[in-house]
Design a protein around this ligand. Structure first.
Ligand code: NHR
Ligand code: GAR
Length: 210
């Protein structure tokens, strides 16, 4: 059975959606850079090993990255899942997990990389917004796309209402991507995503309004 580690910084609702999907792999640990992340308690309540690694305790980003890699490697995962993880990771860290690390980003990449994506989408006046699961590369929010979900932007949306509509779809697509990987059906080949045996439009989902 394949093993995975989840990295969080906060509430952990994507982590919960992955657990709720009843995947065949084993979650070996949940690691947070924020000791007070609510998601840590939820994971612990499920009997999953939790680790808090406070980035503020390290001299610089490289030192934090090295400690994080050492902690991850103790659990020997096949896959590393960034689920609302809020620290930018350095190049050598990313290379170590190349082809076996996912992120979920709350926009239809390559639109709106970085932070405050829902505010940016409203400011741009786009009519469709959404979420993207991608393999992580050294360039922020730039990696090969695994699956996306689109939602409509409604006339009265605030960043909060839009974020909630997107989040509901994150909870649909992230477990799906993780399942594909754990089943050994998804891989990165020459920087391109390969998915075996999916008859639907591979890795694209247009979701209806919530
Ligand atoms: N690292 C690499 N190399 N590549 C990616 O694609 C990454 C990554 C690390 C995290 C998640 C990402 C997102 O989906 C992610 C993707 C944090 C920031 C950020 O600016 C930006 C993007 C993402 C995560 N973080 C601040 C920092 O100084 C801290 C913000 C905070 O703590 O609230 O690291 O959007
Ligand atoms: C999610 O919307 C995720 O896409 C986003 O933060 C939220 C985390 O929610 N990620 C980022 O913005 C990464 N920079 P969760 O903790 O409930 O899964």
């Amino acid at each position: 059975m394949k093993r995975y580690v989840i990295l969080i910084s906060g509430r952990g609702s994507n982590m919960e959606a992955i657990f709720a999907a009843g995947l065949s792999g084993q979650c070996a640990a949940v690691i947070s850079n924020r000791p007070d992340a609510a998601g840590l308690a939820h994971a612990a309540a499920r009997g999953i090993t939790t680790v808090a690694l406070d980035h503020r305790a390290f001299a610089d980003r490289a030192a934090f990255d090295a400690a994080l890699a050492a902690e991850i490697d103790r659990h020997a995962p096949d896959l590393v899942v960034l689920a609302g993880f809020m620290r930018v990771l350095g190049e050598s860290f990313v290379r170590r997990y190349q082809g076996r690390m996912f992120n979920i980003h709350p926009s239809l990449l390559p639109c709106f990389p970085g932070l405050c994506t829902h505010e940016a989408a409203l400011a741009a006046g786009v009519k469709l917004h959404g979420a993207t699961v991608h393999f992580v590369t050294p360039v922020l929010d730039d990696g090969p796309i695994v699956i996306q979900a689109a939602v409509p932007v409604l006339p009265d949306d605030s960043a909060e209402t839009l974020a909630a509509r997107v989040l509901a779809q994150e909870h649909v697509i992230y477990p799906r991507a993780v399942r594909w990987f754990l089943e050994g059906r998804l891989r990165l080949v020459d920087g391109r995503v390969q998915l075996d045996g999916e008859t639907q439009a591979s890795g694209a989902l247009i979701a209806p309004a919530a």
